[in-house]
Design a protein around this ligand. Structure first.
Ligand code: SF4
Length: 152
């Protein structure tokens, strides 16, 4: 997982999301799922859950395990640069077509509506990209460290 974080550490989507700041990109979700799977087993949670509450007795723990196992493999993103990210992301598709590594180098950024699907985070990312016009990818990553919309 460490190796994965190192690979993702230099990645940024054209939308300005620094991949390592995202729990899917950093592998935090997959790691947490794996750890939770172990905790359930080590702490024997299915054995005492029915004694704690009625609901605890109705849980299909085999399915929980299956779901968590799935998350350890698939709730992880390789980053847009390596073929990850939402397959239908309007921003990545457009930026690729126009040849922009970051949307900050696009002349249509001000009027662009392709960030709308990211809701309020999309507005914030657009503002950040506007402020970072002219920066290289490396400079951009450094300038936004710890200030992605979900980090502030
Ligand atoms: S129009 Fe420009 S700013 Fe909007 S998604 Fe495409 S490349 Fe990015």
């Amino acid at each position: 997982m460490k190796e994965k974080s190192e690979k993702i550490g230099t990645q940024v989507g054209p939308c300005g999301i620094v991949c390592v700041s995202c729990p899917l990109g950093s592998g935090t979700i997959a790691e947490t799922a794996d750890r939770t799977k172990e905790y359930i087993k080590d702490c024997k949670i299915p054995e005492w859950a029915p004694m704690v509450s009625e609901d605890g007795g109705n849980i299909d723990w085999a399915q929980v395990d299956k779901g968590l196992e799935w998350m350890t493999k698939y709730a992880i993103c390789a980053g847009c640069e390596r073929g990850g990210g939402p397959p239908d992301c309007t921003i990545r598709i457009c930026a690729r077509e126009k040849g922009h590594e970051l949307c900050s180098s696009c002349g249509e950024l001000d009027s662009c509506t392709k960030f709308e699907w990211l809701k309020e985070n999309g507005d914030k990312l657009k503002e950040t990209l506007k402020k970072s016009r002219g920066m290289s990818k490396k400079e951009y990553i450094k300038s936004v460290e710890g200030s992605m919309p979900w980090e502030t």
